[in-house]
Ligand binder design. Structure first.
Ligand code: HAM
Length: 410
């Protein structure tokens, strides 16, 4: 559970402000639900056999003896509130979003916390690939508006329950055949929730799962047509995606469209958004039969990507040279070179005293200079500088005149 302060807070403020601005443009409205809910809500919504419900919930009896849980996710709470307050709009379409802390007792690691935050969206009342597209397109625009560009959208369809049953039989037969090769966790998943096996990160399991039957090959024409419509809508909105037939999601309420936004920059916890369609959840929780689609964005992971993007932007921010020297002799030559650069209208800088090369390089990086010119004894003797291109890392010895030409044409 993290404190968030100093410079990091400004990223959170930008993240939240951008969410409010973009979601309201798509006519979504904010909802705030309590952090504590009845424990039964999550076991019913998220699923008795899921990892979240079995191992990760912060649940306790309150002073009145009621079993309560600190919400591990937002969809169940929003649907509970939707039913309780009859939030279905007159035309049947309800568009909601929320921001706030969620709690899961997971093993902490980079990008995985026990108190984390989500920005979530739920669109209730429409079962159409156009609704799926609207949610995903809005999300894609949101992520781009945050300055994040190094990510991938992966989509899949999980079919509907009838199709899933036939598929599950096929999958279970396949998995039973390779059970001896699966990890201990997958042995349990096989009996409780076989589709989750497809999501296992264990290398041996992955190897044996290569030929597993996929839900995509086992769906009806109608479901396939909807998936194709979604793909067409995304393409025409300029949203790039790949189909990943192994996306199964960790919560039980999903069917049809499911998706994740992933980035290599996050390490093993690569998904910074997860979402999908849940057409039975409202009914299962006691409401009218109402379809829904939504997503949850992990704020901590998204902030990491925003910071990463800023670092890269800064790295390419200044076209110019930072001059680094080793001693007083180098300092005198360096100051002359510095002035020549500035007289040539180039952005250039160096320190006012001789510091360690490391600290000079750090300063060059901080301001995002595209080049660094290093001037040591050898360079002075040969009347050159060692010019380093910070983006490619390439370094070569050039005269000051050549350096000026390089910088002007960079
Ligand atoms: P989820 O995939 O469980 O989906 O979580 C969504 C996102 O929350 C993940 O992609 C991840 O970025 C972030 N997240 C989850 N657990 C942690 C953790 N322990 N530490 C840091 N970040 C975490 C849901 O929660 C669904 N309610 C999303 C949804 C809304 N589906 C439909 N509507």
């Amino acid at each position: 559970m993290n404190d968030i302060f100093a410079e990091e807070v400004t990223y959170w403020q930008r993240l939240e402000a951008t969410a409010h601005a973009i979601f309201s443009r798509y006519n979504f409205h904010e909802i705030r639900t309590p952090i504590l809910e009845e424990t039964g809500l999550f076991s019913r919504a998220v699923g008795e056999t899921t990892q979240v419900v079995q191992k990760e919930m912060y649940s306790f009896l309150d002073r009145g003896g009621d079993a309560v849980t600190m919400r591990p996710e937002g969809t169940a709470s929003v649907v509970r509130s939707y039913i309780e307050h009859n939030l279905a709009a007159a035309d049947g379409i309800t568009k909601l979003y929320y921001l706030g802390p969620m709690f899961r007792y997971e093993r902490p690691q980079k990008g995985r916390l026990r108190q984390f935050h989500q920005i979530g969206v739920e669109l209730l009342g429409v079962d159409s690939p156009h609704a799926d597209a609207e949610v995903i397109i809005m999300l894609d625009r949101f992520v781009r508006a945050l300055g994040i560009s190094d990510y991938k959208l992966e989509i899949n369809t999980l079919g509907v329950s009838g199709e899933r049953k036939a598929y599950l039989d096929k999958l279970t037969t396949f998995l039973t055949g390779i059970a001896a090769n699966l990890c201990a966790e997958c042995q349990v998943r096989l009996t409780k929730n076989p589709m989750r096996v497809l999501d296992c990160k264990n290398e041996t399991c992955r190897h044996h799962l290569k030929t597993a039957p996929l839900i995509l090959d086992n769906i009806s024409d109608a479901t396939r047509a909807e998936f194709e419509t979604l793909k067409t809508c995304l393409k025409s909105a300029g949203v790039e995606f790949t189909v990943n037939p192994k996306i199964v999601r960790g919560l039980d309420y999903y069917e049809k469209t499911s998706f994740e936004f992933v980035s290599d920059k996050l390490g093993s916890q690569s998904a910074f958004v997860g979402g999908g369609r849940y057409n039975s959840l409202v009914k299962e929780l006691g409401g009218e039969d109402t379809p829904g689609i939504g997503f949850g964005m992990g704020c901590e992971r998204t902030v990491m990507l925003m910071q990463e993007a800023d670092k890269e932007k800064k790295a390419a921010a200044v076209k110019g040279v930072y001059i680094c020297v080793f001693d007083e002799n180098g300092f005198r030559v360096g100051r002359d070179v510095l002035q020549k650069c500035r007289d040539e209208n180039l952005t250039a800088d160096m320190d006012f005293t001789v510091k360690s090369l490391k600290s000079q390089m750090r300063r060059a990086g901080k301001f995002g200079f595209s080049h660094v010119a290093i001037i040591g004894d050898d360079e002075i003797k040969n009347n050159v500088v060692a010019l380093k291109d910070m983006a490619s890392g390439e370094q070569k010895k050039v005269s000051v005149a050549e350096m000026i030409v390089t910088l002007k044409t960079a």
